[in-house]
Design a protein around this ligand. Sequence first.
Ligand code: C2O
Ligand code: CU
Length: 464
Amino acid sequence: MTVFTRRNFLKASAAAGLAGIGASTIGRLSGLAAARTDPVVLKTATIEAQLMNGAPTKNVLTYGDAVMPPVIRMRKGEPFAARLVNGIDDPTTIHWHGIRVPNKMDGVPFMIQPYVYQGDHFDYAFTPPDAGTFWYHPHCNTLTQMGHGLTGVIVVENPNDPAFDAEVVINLRDWRLGDDGQFIEQFRPRDAAKGGTYGTLRTANWLDQPQYDAPAGGLVRLRAAITDVTRVYAFRVDGAEAAVIALDGNPVPQRFAPDALQLGPGQRLELAIRMPDDEGAIVSLRDVRGTKPKILATLRSVGKSLKRDVRDLGPLEANPVAEVDLAGAQHIPLALSATAENVPNNGICGSLGYSFWAINKVPWSGDSPDPTAPLAELKLGQSYVVDMENLTPHAHPIHLHGMSFKVLSSSTRPVQPLISDTYLIQANEKVQLGFVADNPGDWLLHCHIIEHQKTGMTSYLRVV
Ligand code: C2O
Ligand code: CU
């Protein structure tokens, strides 16, 4: 279920039994105390899926019964619970990318929680403090598990959001398939040592260029999550007026047109799109990066024009992210580099067997109960500024678990003070990211090009 109009929304979410929105709305309307709904069951499964023409692809991984991992809907400030049941022959966990969860719920194996073996389960429970678009994925043997399908989108709703006429949720990702439609090797070492190994088949919601109907002249909230393991996108919308309203789960301070806006793996784009008045008119979401631009998905105007105006859309409410105290902040230098050292990897949690990358000259040796020392030990409640420098000739989407940062400045371009969990740092860029260390625990910080993450570009911050 990817298209919701306001009319079919409650019906659809109730029918799909998704996280709480139907049930909790009903609870509120009938004046019941917020009785907790049953946990969402996310059972990993191996399936065959029709991704290309011809033979279905074998060994595709998903959560649940539907072909694609479900869009999980939560509500800001309301408890959420999920039971991960592992139905595949490979240990796994779930990480709730971008959601500021308690450390125990963060899904990093060994450092934080035990592996979940085949037939076992693990219960996650937390209350999302922020509204926006997030996503979920394993944090173990990730190149294979995510590469084969285990990436899903999360929508955290805010009842105070302005009203749209429709919502479209898009999961953007690639697949590495041969001509016979079957998986080929997930990565090539020579590419892992550069920008990463790209997929051979590009999809939106596991489809090639799907089309969704939306009310003519209406306002569509389009949420796209880049859940691919490698690809950086440059977004453009053709055929309609479109404005970026949120990035990485947080409203943007100034709305702007997505004019080749670059976002990397792990990042999320939220657009307000004003559909054309004419029935049948087509709006396209495009990736214009690189030599092979692609139409990712299209929207088709249907019905009589609703004659809405983007300027009527009120602002999205800011998330309750603590304001960094710049005067009192301590600075944490962080240098991303290539490394020549070949540190033997401890082999747990999906080692790729190479170390091409390092953070502050230390290549990560793999998730373990006893990892290398943290990048820094932070005091709970204190403000920090990460001075991050990219000494490599490649872009890296650097993701911090557990806390949101504010983009303060860049050496190469003017930046909006965005609140985010993932920053796409370009070659030779220096950037300052400020945050308050208000979530205790050990928090990973890594490149979200999974080959980079798994070949050294990972570290962690300890907040005590
Ligand atoms: Cu999207 Cu360490 O995660
Ligand atoms: Cu990287």
